[in-house]
Write a protein that binds this ligand. Sequence first.
Ligand code: PEP
Ligand code: MG
Length: 389
Amino acid sequence: DFAREEDLQTLLGWADKVRKLGVWANADYPRDAQRAVAFGAEGIGLCRTEHMFMEQERLPIVQKMILARNPEERQAALDQLLPFQRSDFKGIFSAMVSPTTGEGYPVVIRLIDPPLHEFLPSYEELLVEVTRLETQGGHEAELQEKKTMLEAVGSMREMNPMLGLRGCRLGLLFPEINIMQTRAILEAAAELAREGKKLQPKIMIPLVGHVNELREVRRQLEGVAAEIARESGGAIAYKFGTMIEVPRAAVTADQIAPVSDFFSFGTNDLTQTTFGYSRDDAEGKFLLKYVDGLDVPGQRDKVKILPANPFQTLDREGVGQLVAMAVAKGRHTNKDIELGICGEHGGDPESIAFCHQVGLDYVSCSPFRVPVARLAAAQAALHQSERDK
Ligand code: PEP
Ligand code: MG
């Protein structure tokens, strides 16, 4: 009710005065960004662009891009995708600009992080379809089309797509994809800047494991930015950064930091890759038993292995040590680096306490978790000042 809502707002206001951590939100669409701002988010810490490629009217174009037989075909598909992406980014930037002052909150846009198979029809379904058409006869053109698709999809099958052509690797093999997305981001920013809006676009690269990957992507992006600056008569300010979501990136953070304006810890993947558990399967299969113990009297303690589900509460001993190491190494070689987290842990109070202790600048979580994150960040700051007394 209204009185309680007012009390909650007062409490959140107090929390905002004491917390040191910024609280941002993960949002892929303008409506999520608006919701995030309403809950008090001070930026978008992760906009996952691959979801945009899934939209119904675009999916056939995306498939053409993936299955293109030559660079010309791929470029033609990308040219069709560019206006969609430009309007996606205009939408999300606009949602993060104050209507009164024109000041924009930071918005971190992550370049596409596939596994590609998510955009393609399944090999098994295509095979069934081809067999059906062959048996029926009389559908030559359709059969030929499905066969070509089957062959192309077959050639892209991976034994373990989550460890396959994912993250920055896609844009390194096909730079024109990164170039299209960067162009869309900077053109959207340039259009809004002409309307007097002050934007803070940040471009983030997923699943980097080696500094050379990041150097190469940075080179691609700087080329696009220079081109757009020439076309629009002025440079668009943007920041360039990376996710830290595989152990190698954390361990070599001192090499990666000089190439990055910011790090964002992708603790979903960092947990997956540190434990070697599949984030898609572990929770549904063995993890529950590892955390809670078997639901059999007398057997519980024999099976319980972990104090908490590491996909929900950041595992301080393992994943947390990697985060702490990357923070220290990152700040050592780039004192201005901005550090945040955008894995699910960014909305979990216990993990937020850890983020405060380790010295991150902000946490980013789902819009609905923003109020709790604001309170948890304040609590972490208060505990710290108690300890410092
Ligand atoms: C992560 O891995 O923590 C992350 C935020 O990226 P995604 O969940 O999209 O893989
Ligand atoms: Mg990830």
